[in-house]
Design a protein. Structure first.
Length: 330
């Protein structure tokens, strides 16, 4: 009960705005500031100095005390101004496998004002010690990142993040909450290596045909997105002929399908996805063209890094109610 009331109070006090798209401007109403532990200790010392100066009527004691008080007030102003009017935008997040850490990157732009120093990014106050810091010169942009554990496949959002600073003296802690519109695709954790790929299925036709074999060189054709980098004619590209793909003549072409139906029915959903992820990685590592068949998605046979990413993303978002796949998967 108390935890629920405290959570509601915090959302009201700190104006939880939810996910914000586009650039986020840190206005004065979004900046919070409180004394740090050294700041409270410094205040106690000032009170003791003031009491001693009054008790012993020390003129120089009054001068020093009020000088330090003025310095403390100036430090509070500089700490607050170190964050205000900064512009925050979401960076690019690379996909990861379940069990790894997702790196969420944001860009902070100093659009106006002097240079900003020692700005940190953390998930909350508890993770401040391991935070990432950056200095941002006037008119420049810097990047900060935070690591979040990806415990399960799907889409991972970072939630509300905290930008903070203790510059210049560490007497005050100033912070602001931001929640950029960003997400990370978390692939299923692949099964251990050593599992054999399913057998390839021969296509219709007999005799020798031009295909993706590795026997005799048969000519060049224009490069298509998804072609294996191993088959690109780099010498031709160096001569200014553009990107061309080598073709080889081999036996009648075969199709490698990584299909849901090939797996044992007694296996669980996550176990099947893990095994399919291993097959995708192994087929890509061998430079093979392959396709993926799931109960609700079919990805046509292709090769290259793009095919690997398409298949792994399909596995990550399988049966989650929000498949956001490229039209080429259909």
């Amino acid at each position: 009960m108390f935890a629920t009331l405290q959570s509601r109070f915090n959302r009201w006090l700190f104006a939880d705005r939810g996910v914000e798209s586009g650039a986020i401007l840190l206005t004065r109403r979004r900046i919070y500031i409180l004394p740090t532990r050294p700041g409270f200790g410094f205040a106690v010392v000032l009170l003791m100095m003031l009491a001693g100066s009054i008790n012993y009527q020390l003129s120089l004691g009054f001068v020093l005390t009020f000088l330090l008080v003025a310095m403390a007030f100036n430090a509070m102003l500089y700490t607050f101004r170190n964050l205000v009017r900064m512009r925050v935008s979401a960076g690019r997040t690379r996909p990861v496998f379940s069990g790894e850490y997702a790196q969420f990157t944001i860009h902070i732009e100093n659009t106006e004002g002097p240079d900003r120093y020692a700005i940190g990014l953390a998930r909350d106050r508890k993770s401040v010690l391991g935070a990432d810091y950056a200095d941002v010169a006037a008119g420049r942009t810097a990047s900060l990142s935070v690591s979040i554990a990806a415990v399960k496949r799907g889409l991972l959002r970072p939630g509300r993040l905290m930008l903070f600073t203790r510059y210049p003296l560490g007497l005050y802690f100033s912070w602001s909450y931001v929640e950029p519109d960003m997400q990370c695709v978390v692939y299923p954790r692949p099964a251990p290596p050593g599992i054999a790929l399913p057998p390839a299925q021969a296509t219709h036709g007999v005799g020798r045909a031009s295909g993706g074999g590795h026997e005799d060189f048969a000519g060049l054709r224009q490069y298509h997105v998804g072609d294996s980098p191993r088959h690109i004619a780099w010498k031709a590209a160096a001569r200014g002929q553009g990107l061309l793909t080598k073709q080889f003549s081999g036996q009648a072409a075969s199709e490698l399908w990584l299909a849901w139906d090939l797996l044992q029915p007694r296996m669980g959903v996550e176990e099947k996805l893990s095994l399919l992820a291993r097959w995708v990685l192994d087929a890509h590592a061998l430079g093979m063209a392959f396709g993926l068949r799931l109960p609700d998605v079919t990805i046509a046979i292709a090769g290259g890094d793009a095919q690997r990413e398409r298949c792994l993303e399909a596995l990550a978002l399988y049966d989650m109610g929000h498949l956001e796949l490229d039209a080429r998967m259909q």
